[in-house]
Design a protein around this ligand. Structure first.
Ligand code: SF4
Ligand code: ZN
Length: 311
């Protein structure tokens, strides 16, 4: 076997990306990764150096990598960690909070922490168990709590943009799921940038073109400690199932994942999906009488209803 050489300096390569026909040494990989992030930010007009950005961190490899890169690019960026109260043998939530705190402390960055149990009297699995949203798994309730809390905190603290670390594998699995079930409203909204609308902040996904393997390599090569354990409820999820399937296709056809996603975005942009084009939010929103967050409900928003149900 021949030694792979870095495309930029001809030293021994640390990573080979078949889908880009590119091999890079450690230093050039880290440099490339930051450049590619900035390119995506500019390409999709995500934000500028004047924006105040809040990045949602989970203590995992993707979100800490995102925070690290945005910080290196000198954006005004703080973190938000939501402790969901998920227990496991390794104390999933408390451990991931610890990784997030340590990351912020080491760099002197500001991390906001919300503890769902302290704020609402119950953990996410408890809220889910009591509502019709989570008899078997708390994921649907969990997603709602995260979306609600991210938007609430970002608005209350005056941020202009909310950034999440969804990578290409996540986006492709979501896209695949939305197509399998023809969720046209979700397909319409799936985009690297979702513009702000009455009470909703602009949402961006700067890592949407990176393979999961690439974000993992960035975190490892940068020596960023992160929680390796997955949430115990992720096991057996549809998303993981789609990811495995798509990875099998990628093995035979390197690049197919990126082509599938970019093809979707391009077709949408050129108007090829008719009514599905654009990335609009539902525009019949009213503020929830209880929490003030935007909702399509006539009374309280779905989050307040769920949390009240429990009380
Ligand atoms: Fe929440 Fe865990 Fe489900 Fe993810 S897998 S949505 S963190 S409960
Ligand atoms: Zn509400």
């Amino acid at each position: 076997m021949t030694t792979m050489l870095c495309h930029r300096c001809k030293e021994r390569a640390a990573i080979r990306m078949r889908q880009h026909r590119l091999s890079l040494c450690k230093d050039h990989y880290l440099e490339w990764f930051v450049e590619q992030t900035e390119r995506a930010i500019k390409k999709y007009h995500m934000f500028t150096h004047d924006d105040k950005i809040l990045v949602a961190v989970s203590g995992g490899k993707d979100s800490l990598a995102l925070w690290d890169v945005l910080w290196k690019l000198e954006y005004q960026v703080d973190g938000l960690y939501i402790n969901l109260g998920i227990d496991s043998e390794e104390d999933y939530s408390d451990e991931s909070e610890r990784y997030s705190r340590e990351f912020a402390e080491e760099r002197g960055l500001q991390l906001h922490i919300i503890n769902v149990e302290s704020a609402y009297g119950r953990t996410v699995p408890q809220i889910a168990r009591k509502s019709r949203r989570g008899k078997t798994k708390p994921c649907s309730a969990c997603g709602m709590v995260k979306r609600h809390e991210m938007n609430r905190i970002a608005r209350e603290l005056g941020y202009s943009v909310l950034a999440t670390a969804h990578n290409l594998d996540d986006e492709v699995a979501i896209l695949f799921g939305n197509i399998m079930t023809w969720q046209t409203d979700l397909l319409k909204r799936q985009s690297p940038v979702l513009e702000a609308a009455d009470g909703f902040l602009r949402k961006v996904k700067p890592f949407c073109r990176f393979y999961e393997r690439e974000t993992a390599a960035y975190t490892l090569l940068s020596n960023i400690p992160y929680i390796e354990e997955e949430c115990p409820f992720a096991e057996g999820s549809k998303q993981l199932y789609y990811k495995e399937m798509i990875n099998k296709m990628e093995e035979d056809q390197p690049g197919i994942k990126l082509a599938f996603y970019v093809g979707f975005l391009n077709t949408k942009e050129s108007g090829g999906f008719g009514d599905l084009n654009g990335a609009e939010r539902n525009n019949e929103l009213k503020p929830c009488p209880k929490c003030g967050q935007p909702t399509t409900n006539t009374g309280e928003c779905a989050f307040c209803k769920m949390v009240n149900n429990v009380e």
